[in-house]
Design a protein around this ligand. Structure first.
Ligand SMILES: Nc1nc2c(ncn2[C@@H]2O[C@H](COP(=O)(O)OP(=O)(O)OP(=O)(O)O)[C@@H](O)[C@H]2O)c(=O)[nH]1
Ligand SMILES: [Mg+2]
Length: 336
């Protein structure tokens, strides 16, 4: 990821214990950016109705709550849309991990009650697990957007899930132990907004204590953080160097940034290949499932044909028996 640099808020995010970093993922248009804005309490991310993706890159915005807790919100583009290409997705995942320097406290999976759950979303969630390992589900919280529309129909989230919860969605909710919240991102009622955010943050805290207070990290995080830390320290050292011209110091810094960018490039390539592998495995898995489904349908059809055949034979048998009975009956009449 060329040109990535260490943000000014780096020290703040890496030293405070009160920091919570959450990442919003989900299908394009489900309301990730709108949910991010609700959490932040301001319009920080671009969010609007569109037939194509609105957010095209990962972005981090920060807010400080009344109790002093700092919440970092990372908004993502349609990261797990397999058609987006592993190069783009790989780069964005590395960018996202790079932004979440201290690890991720919760992954917020955004669905919308205004649209149906799709196969694409199921695939996306599976590739999320393949890429980050199954322990990622311990950090997952589900947000359903469109609370206002349910309210208009006097419905609760339970009502909605009771009538509109396909099997894969049920599985996701079970996997993340039913941590789900309904969000109305359109509300102007500050109390309502605050309540939704509190509910979400209490799930974040629940996730955190369930995971022994540790945010989600993996080798990618460790490598990226090490590189970022080195760059940060080196830049500080260079700043305090004496006896060098401004130009020389600038050149030092440029070289350091270059080393860091090269390291990022290597890591990005690693993620891309991991992603390609995950996608391939997923495609194979889906093809196997499809084949198994077809086989099951074929067997069911064969069984049906067999039973049709048996019914036909039975009917013929019955007709024959009737015929014979009629004949016999006819014979009896003749005697009479
Ligand atoms: N009625 C209603 N509309 C919502 C809600 N949340 C989001 N929306 C609308 O849904 C549309 C898409 O929202 P975004 O926040 O841009 O969605 P996104 O997931 O960030 O989309 P991309 O950036 O394209 O991936 C916008 O028109 C939002 O106003 C909600 O709770 N209620
Ligand atoms: Mg968006």
């Amino acid at each position: 990821m060329g040109g990535s640099s260490i943000d000014d808020d780096w020290e703040l995010t890496s030293s405070s214990n009160e920091v919570r970093t959450v990442v919003l993922v989900g299908r394009t248009g489900n309301g990730k950016s709108a949910t991010g804005n609700t959490i932040l309490g301001r319009k920080a991310f671009k969010s609007r109705a569109s037939s194509s993706a609105v957010s095209t890159s990962c972005e981090l915005k920060t807010t400080e709550l009344n109790n002093g807790q700092i919440v970092n919100v990372i908004d993502t583009p349609g990261l797990f849309d397999l058609s987006a290409g592993s190069e783009f997705v790989g780069k964005e995942i590395v960018k996202c991990i790079d932004l979440a320097k201290d690890g991720i406290h919760a992954v917020i999976v955004v669905f919308s009650v205004r649209t149906r759950f799709t196969e694409e979303e199921e695939t996306a969630l599976r590739s999320l697990q393949t890429l980050f390992g199954s322990k990622i589900v311990d950090y997952m919280i589900v947000v359903f957007t469109g609370g206002d529309e349910l309210e208009e129909n006097d419905e609760t989230l339970e009502d909605y899930l009771g009538r509109e919860c396909p099997e894969p969605l049920k599985e996701i909710l079970v996997l993340c132990e039913n941590r789900c919240v309904l969000f109305d991102n359109k509300t102007k009622d500050e109390g309502k907004r605050f309540g939704q955010v509190q509910q979400l943050l209490s799930f974040v805290n629940m996730v955190l204590s369930r995971n022994g207070g540790r945010p989600y990290t993996d080798e990618l995080f460790t490598q990226l953080k090490k590189g970022a830390m080195e760059l940060h320290n080196q830049q500080r050292e260079v700043d305090s160097l004496k006896g060098y011209s401004k130009g020389e110091i600038l050149e030092f810094k440029k070289q350091m940034q270059q080393t860091y960018d090269e390291q990022l490039k290597r890591i990005t390539e690693m993620v891309e290949s991991k992603l390609r592998e995950a996608t391939m495995r997923l495609e194979e898995q889906l093809a196997e499932e499809q084949a198994a489904r077809l086989k099951a349908e074929e067997n069911a059809m064969l069984a049906q044909m067999r039973s049709d055949d048996e019914i036909r034979k039975l009917r013929e048998h019955l007709e024959k028996a009737h015929e014979e009975l009629r004949k016999r009956g006819g014979g009896g009449c003749a005697i009479l």
